[in-house]
Design a protein around this ligand. Structure first.
Ligand code: EPZ
Length: 433
C-alpha cells in the first residue's frame, strides 16, 4: 500500500488547480443509465472512486470510455443495453455512492438489484430514505441476502417529503422521477451544488426538472431521455482543503479552477480565524496566511451551512489557532477518527459525543499515522504540512479516492511531499489496494 511522506515547515506559495467534483461526477455517471444514447462528461477527476464507478457500470453492460491528460478528463458512457441491472456487493462495499444506480436502473429497466452498502467508517449511513422514496414512486421493494431489489413496470410521479436531508437520496430519486409517469414534487431536498449540477445534466438529456439547489424540486416525468454533453462542476471540498493548507502553512496561495460561491461558509469561518482570504476572480480564491490564527467554533450543517466534508480539515487548522475551538459534527455519528491521529502529532483535542474541543496553539511533531477515511486523511496531510519533521501517512488509498495527484499538486506550490510504495502507473491505483 502506498504511503505519503511529508516534511513540514514550508509555506505554500503559488497557484494550485482544483479538479472536477467527485461527488458531482458519480451521480452524473449513474445518470447515463437513464438513456440508450451516449453521455459525454468533462472535467472528470482522476480519482479512485471514478474507476470504481466505471467498473460498476461496465458490470451492468454499459460501455465506459475514460480518458485523462490530453483527453481533457473526459468520459463517454453508453448504456445501450443493460444485460445485468445489478450492483454487486464487491463493488458497493468499496464505494457507498454505488447506491446511486438504484433509481436510474429501476426507472430504465423496471428492475434493480443493489447490494445494501453495509457499514462505513464515519457512520451507519443507511439508505432507508432512498428506498422509501422509490416506494412512494410505486416501486415494489424486497430486501434479502444483503441486497435490495426494486421493481416497477413504470414509476409513477408522487409527493415525497424527505424525513432527513440526504444528498444522494435527493439525487437518486430525482433520476428515478425523471422517467416516471407524471409529476413528482420532492420537499426537504438537499441543496448541495452537486444536486443542481446533476439536474442541469438531466435537463440537457430532456428531463423537466425545476428547483434543484433549493429545498423543493419538481420533476415532470418524460417517456425517454437522450444523450448529452456536460462539464462537471469543480470540487469544492478539494478547493477547501487547499485553501486551509494555504492558511495553515502561512503561505500565499491561489486556488484556481474552483467556484468561490461553493465555499462561502468556509471563507466566512476562516475570516473569523483571522485568515486573509477572498475570491479574486470568478474561479480563483487567494489565501494569505501570516501564521496568526484565532480559535473559532464550527457546527457542520447541510449546504449552505459549514460542510461535514470540511470538518476534519478545519480541525487540523484549529490545532494551530490560539484559543479553544468547539467543533460540532451534526451530520455523521462517527466522523472524529482523525482527532486521535492529530493528538498523536501533539494536538490537544477532547471528544465529547458529537463535539470535539480543540485547544490551540500546540506545536505538532511528525509521526507515523494512519488514514481512516477520505477526509480524515486530508486532515493528516494538512497537519503534516506544519509538523516538525517527517510524517508518514499510511493507507493513502483513502485519499486517492477523492483527491487527484495530491502530492504532485502540493509539491507544485512548495510542499515537501512524496509518495512511496508500489510505484504503479497512475491507472493502477484502483487495483493496487
Ligand atoms: C453525500 O453522502 C456525500 N457523498 C458525502 O461525501 C457527504 O459527506 C454527505 O453527502 C453529506 O454532505 C456523495 O455525494 C457521493 P447523506 P450521502 O445521505 O448522500 C443519513 C465524501 O467525503 N441518511 O446526505 O451518503 C445519513 O446516515 C463523502 O466525499 C439516512 O439516515 O450522505 C447521514 O447521517 C463522505 N438515511 C445523513 O442522513 C438515508 O437513506 C446525511 O447523509 C440516507 C441518509
Amino acid at each position: 500500500m502506498d504511503k505519503l511522506v511529508i516534511r513540514g515547515g514550508n509555506p505554500l506559495i503559488g497557484t494550485i488547480r482544483v479538479s472536477g467534483a467527485k461527488n458531482a461526477a458519480l451521480p452524473a455517471m449513474a445518470a447515463a443509465l437513464l438513456t440508450d444514447e451516449p453521455v459525454v462528461l468533462e472535467n472528470i477527476p482522476d480519482v479512485r472512486d471514478i474507476q470504481t464507478e466505471r467498473k460498476l457500470l461496465e458490470s451492468m453492460g454499459a460501455e465506459v470510455e475514460l480518458g485523462y491528460g490530453r483527453a481533457h478528463h473526459r468520459t463517454t458512457l453508453c448504456a445501450r443495453k443493460l444485460a445485468n441491472p445489478e450492483a454487486a456487493y464487491e463493488l458497493v462495499k468499496t464505494m457507498r455512492a454505488s447506491t446511486l444506480v438504484l433509481g436510474p436502473l429501476v426507472a430504465r429497466c423496471g428492475v434493480a438489484r443493489v447490494s445494501l452498502p453495509g457499514g462505513c467508517a464515519i457512520g451507519a449511513r443507511p439508505i432507508d430514505l432512498h428506498i422509501k422514496g422509490l416506494e412512494r414512486l410505486g416501486a415494489t421493494i424486497t430486501t434479502e441476502h444483503g441486497y435490495v431489489e426494486a421493481r416497477a413496470e413504470r414509476l409513477r410521479g408522487n409527493q415525497i417529503v424527505f424525513e432527513k436531508i440526504t444528498v444522494t437520496g435527493t439525487e437518486d430519486l430525482m433520476m428515478a422521477a425523471a422517467l416516471a409517469d407524471g409529476l413528482t414534487v420532492m420537499e426537504n431536498c438537499a441543496r448541495e451544488p452537486e444536486v443542481a449540477d446533476l439536474a442541469a445534466l438531466l435537463n440537457k438529456m430532456g428531463a423537466r426538472i425545476e428547483g434543484a439547489g433549493t429545498s423543493t424540486i419538481s420533476i415532470h416525468g418524460v417517456e425517454k431521455l437522450h444523450g448529452a454533453r456536460h462539464r462537471i462542476i469543480p470540487d469544492r471540498v478539494e478547493a477547501a482543503t487547499f485553501i486551509i493548507a494555504g492558511a495553515l502553512s502561512g503561505g500565499d496561495l491561489l486556488v484556481t479552477g474552483c467556484d468561490p460561491h461553493h465555499v462561502t461558509a468556509l471563507l466566512q469561518k476562516l475570516e473569523e480565524n483571522g485568515v486573509k482570504v477572498r475570491a479574486i476572480t470568478s474561479d480563483t480564491v487567494r489565501v494569505e496566511g501570516d501564521g496568526a490564527l484565532h480559535a473559532s467554533d464550527v457546527t457542520t450543517e447541510e449546504y449552505p451551512g459549514f460542510p461535514t466534508d470540511m470538518q476534519a480539515q478545519y480541525m487540523a487548522l484549529t490545532t494551530q489557532a490560539e484559543g479553544t475551538s468547539v467543533i460540532t459534527e451534526n451530520i455523521f455519528e462517527n466522523r472524529f477518527m482523525h482527532a486521535q491521529e492529530l493528538v498523536r502529532m501533539g494536538a490537544n483535542i477532547k471528544i465529547e459525543g458529537r463535539r470535539a474541543i480543540v485547544r490551540g496553539k500546540t506545536p505538532l511533531s511528525a509521526a507515523a499515522v494512519l488514514a481512516s477515511d477520505l477526509r480524515a486523511s486530508a486532515s493528516l496531510v494538512l497537519a503534516a504540512l506544519v509538523a516538525e519533521g517527517e510524517t508518514i501517512i499510511d493507507r493513502v488509498y483513502h485519499i486517492d479516492r477523492g483527491y487527484e495527484r495530491i502530492e504532485e499538486k502540493l509539491r507544485g506550490v512548495g510542499a515537501q511531499i512524496k509518495r512511496i510504495g508500489e510505484m504503479l502507473p497512475r491507472r493502477g491505483i484502483a487495483e493496487a489496494s
